[in-house]
Design a protein around this ligand. Sequence first.
Ligand code: CP3
Length: 323
Amino acid sequence: MRQAGRSLPEYRRARRNESILDAVRVPALAAELTMQPVRRYGVDAAILFSDIVVPLVAIGVDIDVVAGRGPVVEAPFRGPDDLARLRPLEPDSDTPYVIETVEILVKELSVPLIGFAGAPFTLASYLIEGGPSRSFSKVKKLMLEEPGTFDRLLDRLADLSLASLRSQVRSGAAAAQLFDSWAGILSPHHYERHVLPASAKVLSGLADLGVPRIHFGVGSGELLGMMAAAGADVVGVDWRTSLADARERVGPAVAVQGNLDPAACLAPWTAVQAEVSRVLDDAGHLPGHVFNLGHGVLPETDPGILAEVVRMVHEAPPAPPRP
Ligand code: CP3
């Protein structure tokens, strides 16, 4: 999950104070930052050090990632004229540093590397709101006022995410995660009409590559069935929905990922331990569960607690084979 590294002193030392967008452009540094949480915690997979806005920046959209805030867009998207600002991504020439980072990691890592991209709706919400938002009023307004423009915007963003993910997988990433962090602010009706087609385009566009496709959202309990049907092999679930309910919603053919509350990791170990047990119990100790946090690691988290969480999950009795 995002920001496992931020809790680590070695991360803060290596990152120095440059923008994350500059750090991503230095493959040796990005590879090191990817590997730090794997070394420290012994997790079973690595997630590429990059950001969801990297492909947008690479095609010339003026975005900065502001510490403590998130992505901020210099000139937010307002209407149909802005579509011209999104040209297709050519990964070989636009993001060669991402490809190089993946290539280094595939050689160095002893665990699989997860590549990722932002889902069309989450990218669109930054482009339209101009930055992080509480109400998402501008993005909802454009969706209802100019549905044609909105749908075309999401379709272009789908092409961008798909091109980025395909290049990461071609370079050696063993799984692809699509982050639709803010889809949970939508009603199921609007999600189905305006967002699902674009996310399905990304996920189905990866099918021929044969890697597991993970589809993640926050507060998206009501959308889990559709997020699975979009073409996911795994659906990420936050702590608001129990994994038992999530399994019912995604069906037996799709795995669930999650869903320890990151804030729970700030409590003393005995409390954390009880929370981890509950997540494992909710998942039914059955195959098809990827243990994870429900969202990103909070920077103030004690690395010792996360190490204990990983140890406890590894020591949990192995799941019986599926009947
Ligand atoms: O943790 C990792 O190093 C994995 C790589 C990763 C990052 N961003 C690096 C990052 C991943 C998978 C992301 C995805 C991402 N970025 C998402 C989707 C996942 C989610 O959390 O919902 C979103 C919405 C973003 C946009 C974004 N980038 C936000 C909201 C922030 C936080 C700003 C802050 O400081 O609180 C960022 C910055 C960012 N991206 C950081 C990292 C490690 C932290 C700041 C830094 O080190 O510069």
